[in-house]
Write a protein that binds this ligand. Sequence first.
Ligand SMILES: NC(=O)c1ccc[n+]([C@@H]2O[C@H](COP(=O)([O-])OP(=O)(O)OC[C@H]3O[C@@H](n4cnc5c(N)ncnc54)[C@H](O)[C@@H]3O)[C@@H](O)[C@H]2O)c1
Length: 310
Amino acid sequence: MVVTGAAGFIGSHVAEAMAGAGHEVLAVDVPTRSRAGTPGITPGITPGITPVEADLATDDLTKLGEADLVIHLAGRPGIRSSWGPGRALAERDNVIATRRLLEACAERRPKVVVASSSSVYGSAGSRPHREDDPLAPASPYALSKAEVERLTVRAACDGLPAILLRYFSVYGPRQRPDMAFHRFIEASLDGRPLPVFGDGDGRRSRSFTHVRDAVAATVTAAVTDLAPGTVINIGHPEPARLRTAIELISGALGVPARIHAEDPVAGDAERTWADTERAERLLGWTATTGLAEGLADQIAWHQELRVGAA
Ligand SMILES: NC(=O)c1ccc[n+]([C@@H]2O[C@H](COP(=O)([O-])OP(=O)(O)OC[C@H]3O[C@@H](n4cnc5c(N)ncnc54)[C@H](O)[C@@H]3O)[C@@H](O)[C@H]2O)c1
């Protein structure tokens, strides 16, 4: 089987989980191209994982299409970085890469699990977002993911057993350096104020989802018989405010929560909120890791990194 984006945050955990479950994993990535500091595994050191360096946007992908299962987590995530010159990168690594991968899978038709994002919904209102809600992408990143979804659904209509997982703010060990909790924990450990974009009082809320839960959902979706084109929210059913996360981080580290309000990011949702009825019904899955427990886990990882670097 193939995991793309296997040097990245979610991909590295999924590759390890699949290898741990006995699969021979081709771990595909272009680590040289990823953002500085992407904290993934070093493929090759884990039994069952074979590293494959391939750029999905340009390289020949024939071999990947010959796998029995493809979990496609490669991409260019991030709303903030997708504005300006980032738009072309999101187009290349999300849209073009996915289109080429789906084309490579068209002949042998492996099961394909494709990563999408809660950002395709825009901001949630007074109820959680259901998979059939209309999409309202509000950034180049969200637009690129909406296009990834369109391409995947079209491939599914053409007979590819492809499904889509819409991840909601995943956190935990190895989280990307551009993501909020990573920046908050590092700032707290440095004794710096926490950089919070456009929301100095931390009222925004997210269906924060621990990577352990996200991986469990992904692995289950990969081995479950699902109708081609199925879309499933992978998010914690209870959204939490950013303020709550900040208080948990500062409480766990025993430092005061000092916030430095930064300019707002266009297209950043006020609230994300996952309806999880479909995930529960089709996968028997629900996120079980609470925010305090999950943040403690991520903080421990940051502390270990510092000890290792010292
Ligand atoms: N982390 C989240 O909270 C979150 C939320 C919603 C959706 N997602 C989606 O989940 C997926 C994984 O996210 P992540 O947080 O692990 O990101 P990440 O940046 O840590 O991992 C993505 C990996 O893809 C690789 N990659 C990028 N372009 C490539 C290309 N052209 N060819 C081969 N490899 C390429 C990168 O080198 C990187 O290692 C992405 O598709 C992202 O959009 C993530």
